[in-house]
Write a protein that binds this ligand. Sequence first.
Ligand SMILES: *[C@@H]1O[C@H](CO)[C@@H](O)[C@H](O)[C@H]1NC(C)=O
Length: 131
Amino acid sequence: MKMGRFAICFILLSLFCISLVLGDIGTATSYNSPYTPTKCGGNRSDQFPSGNLFVAVSEGLWDNGAACGRRYRLRCLSGNNRPCKEGTIDVRVVDYCTKRPCPSTIALSTDAFAQISNAHNAKINIEYVQI
Ligand SMILES: *[C@@H]1O[C@H](CO)[C@@H](O)[C@H](O)[C@H]1NC(C)=O
């Protein structure tokens, strides 16, 4: 009986762990305002989700603009000086990375970056999955 519960716990824990590594691995930086105009919504102010959890994506994810409005769940994995906060955030793509080449896979608004990392102006490793 005890063993059975233990096994179930183990299975659930395994599933939980698997679900955490389903995403892709990439890097993230933050970028500053002004955030408009964006390649997705121009100067519209209603393009930005509440909490300003939005991102600009690099070439590989931009998908010729099809990326606009896509949502990603992401979390900090690692970086210099233990930059990671626990947990995930859900972000919306509003722009094509404004720098060429983009310094990271995904550039986060400063608000979004602050939710997953204690660091400032850092490049961190992230895991991300489209939702
Ligand atoms: C956004 O606003 C700026 C300043 O008003 C203007 O110069 C620019 O053309 C506008 N861009 C778009 C895409 O609407």
